[in-house]
Design a protein around this ligand. Structure first.
Ligand SMILES: [Mg+2]
Length: 233
């Protein structure tokens, strides 16, 4: 039997892992460590989310200066100097550590099952140079043939060039790749525009979920390997 997708690509944030306990909690720890606390984690979460929702966030380039702007907006009104370089550097560094992240519970078993069946796995992520090291420290990197980081490619999802770089690197045709991610715009629309198949992962009950969205990555296994999960080539 010929498998429909010999390659599966994963988004990272919201698909494999999430900030833990939340971005606001990690930022609050930064403030406390610098003697600026206590700062309310939920207030930080709300301002962080608002910073991401700004229209200009669609052109976010994952550079340190772009992150510094997000951090400053998140802390606005909550500390005396929200654009403090020390505060930014501490917050930025905390997200390089595994302790600031949680890998979703089904991720490792799903990746292992797909790898054992001979499926080639990659990450295609809007992230910066911190991601490969983070995935190594979380013991996820060995599952993946390549960790494609948008800031290193120079193109961010949904830009087709980001997906095309992966297609070229793997030496396969676009229709041989299934991408899974949590963002309709970046992951689903972006991947499909590049000729890939795509399926959304939607663990909570978001308003923008596609009808065929997965609730768990485990649901990928029958889709990729067949309903009996026993396909071998
Ligand atoms: Mg994501």
């Amino acid at each position: 039997m010929t498998r429909r997708w010999p390659v599966v690509s994963f988004d990272a944030g919201g698909t494999l892992l999430e900030p833990w306990p939340s971005v606001g909690h990690v930022y609050a720890d930064s403030a406390a460590s610098l003697g600026l606390g206590p700062v309310d984690a939920q207030a930080l979460n709300q301002q962080f989310a608002a910073a991401w929702r700004r229209p200009s966030a669609g052109t976010f380039d994952y550079s340190r200066s772009a992150w510094a702007d997000i951090v400053a907006r998140s802390f606005a009104g909550l500390v005396p100097q929200p654009d403090s370089p020390d505060l930014f550097h501490d917050a930025y560094a905390r997200f390089t550590h595994p302790s600031a992240w949680r890998v979703f519970t089904e991720v490792r078993t799903t990746l292992q099952t797909l790898r054992d069946a001979g499926v080639r796995l990659v990450v295609t992520s809007n992230w910066d140079e911190r991601l490969p090291r983070l995935l190594t420290d979380l013991e996820l990197a060995p599952y993946f043939e390549w960790i494609a980081v948008s800031a290193e490619l120079g193109f961010h999802k949904p830009d087709s060039r980001c997906f095309q770089a992966v297609t070229t690197r793997l030496g396969v045709s676009a229709e041989q790749i299934l991408h899974v991610g949590d963002s309709l715009r970046e992951d689903i629309e972006g991947a499909r525009a590049a000729g890939w198949s795509a399926v959304q992962i939607c663990r909570r009950s978001p308003t923008h979920a596609s009808a065929d969205a997965l609730r768990s990555l485990q649901e990928l296994i029958p889709q990729v390997l067949g309903p009996d999960r026993a396909a071998t080539n």
